[in-house]
Design a protein around this ligand. Structure first.
Ligand code: AMP
Length: 434
């Protein structure tokens, strides 16, 4: 048997899943996606769909050549050479902020006066070590706010959207962690402070962190290595080395979050794993027991230099991405009930087949989720099947019903049935289904 590739999976209708793993039920994904589209509509975001693969250079430049994503996790291949020229290096997208920024430049959205608000829903690919809540193909719901303004109210608005969405999805025990990484000059001062503090103790650092002390000291704060933790804890908070402007930005974001009634904790160690962030960074975790160790549900921040890095004009940006797989994992089962068919049409005897087909069609045209199985079966077996499908009502059509013009509508949940006139059976059903 050929199975799915490591740490990838099928998302299935609940009834067809033999391991009954609710975290892979497709209706739960659809529920969160629908909710997200509704929240994006309210906040004035429009959808963008970018390709699933891009030129590799987009990510090395956009995400940062020293990040884990670029150094270890990308699915990259060289395309076959053909009439389009030399085979070039292509990559399955590991994230979608760089692709959206590329689209912003390519379609000259920067020429517009208005703030551009875009959202996406789709798969991302990272060759990570898989575990509960961590996959090599996973789904993100994300948004980007691009344009001329870096007003801190935009940062707070984006965070408010994420928190509102997660709260309405019923995710328990949410915690919003907030920090600032300042601007380039502030970060340079912070990097100098990290080097000064850690260089004399480099031998105590993990191998990865020792390398990063040379290449990208900020990444040391992301380190999960046990031995690095006391050294990281002793570093000064970045806020202390930032200039007035950066501090004022952060203070204002906090003010707007306070005004919106959104609780948060300031986490001075939060820098996030991508190079493009400036000023505000945030992460949302859930302490729900179902979610396990991979408890980061969403993350994002401001990235004012990214569009320029990718060859566009100076542009302000703020965005976030929410891990759909993890939101589904943390979402209580009752929050997203499985959609059930409303009607199962049963026919008994060959002469009832055509009228039954007509009845199913009428029901579907009226918006009813109606099921029909043309293979002839006994009443008992048909009712068993209707129950198996979880239908709420059954319409019974046999020779006697056709002759009398009184059809039988059965409420399967209550095991009650009534005779209804053939001409008005659908009205009866619509009235009863509520
Ligand atoms: P990032 O793009 O790394 O900032 O991640 C944003 C969110 O995507 C995280 O908070 C996770 O919820 C989710 N995420 C990232 N990587 C994975 C993965 N390998 N599997 C599942 N979800 C992920």
């Amino acid at each position: 048997m050929i199975r799915t590739a490591p740490y990838t999976r099928d998302l299935l209708p609940a009834a067809l899943s033999n391991d009954r793993d609710a975290s892979a039920f497709i209706h739960r994904f659809q529920f969160v996606e629908d909710l997200a589209r509704e929240w994006f509509r309210r906040y004035g975001f429009q959808e963008i769909r970018t390709p699933i693969f891009e030129r590799t250079e987009l990510f090395t430049r956009g995400v940062g050549s020293e990040t884990d994503i670029v150094t270890k996790e990308m699915y990259t291949w060289r395309d076959r050479a053909g009439e389009d020229g030399e085979g070039e290096s292509l990559t399955l997208r590991p994230e979608s902020t760089a692709p959206v920024a590329r689209a912003y430049i390519q379609h000259q959205m920067w020429q517009r006066a208005e703030t551009v608000r875009l959202y996406y829903i789709g798969p991302q690919f990272r060759r990570e070590r898989g575990q509960r809540g961590r996959f090599r193909q996973f789904f993100q719901i994300g948004a980007e706010v691009l344009g001329g303004s870096d007003h801190p109210a935009l940062d707070a608005e984006g965070i408010e959207l994420v928190m509102g969405l997660l709260t309405e999805a019923g995710i328990p025990d949410l915690e919003l962690r907030l920090n600032t990484v300042g601007n380039a000059a502030g970060r340079a001062r912070f990097v100098a402070a990290i080097r000064e503090a850690l260089a004399p103790r480099a031998h105590e650092l993990s191998e990865d962190s020792r390398r990063r002390l040379e290449t990208n000291p900020l990444r040391i704060l992301d380190s999960k290595a046990e031995q690095d933790q006391p050294l990281i804890a002793a570093l000064p908070p970045i806020y202390d080395v930032l200039d007035e402007g950066c501090r004022a930005h952060f203070d204002a974001v906090r003010h707007y979050l306070d005004a919106a009634g959104i609780p948060y904790v300031v986490d001075a160690r939060l820098v996030r794993g991508l190079d493009y962030y400036t000023q505000t960074v945030f992460e949302v975790v859930s302490h729900a027991p179902s979610i396990g160790a991979q408890n980061a549900l969403a993350g994002g921040g401001r990235y004012d230099g990214l569009v320029e890095t990718l060859g566009g004009p100076p542009t302000k940006g703020f965005g976030f991405a929410l891990g759909l797989d993890r939101v589904v994992l943390a979402m209580p089962e009752h929050r997203a009930p499985e959609p059930q068919p409303e009607l199962f049409v049963i026919y008994l005897g060959a002469s009832a087949l055509e009228p039954a087909l007509h009845a199913v069609r009428q029901a579907r045209r009226a918006g009813v989720a109606a099921l029909f199985e043309p293979t002839p079966r006994s009443l008992k077996s048909a009712l068993r099947l209707a129950n198996k499908y979880g239908a709420r009502f059954a319409l019974l059509l046999g020779e006697a019903e056709l002759a009398s013009g009184q059809w039988v509508l059965r409420d399967l949940a209550r095991a009650e049935q009534t005779a209804v006139p053939a001409e008005t059976w659908l009205q009866h059903l619509l009235a009863r289904r509520g």
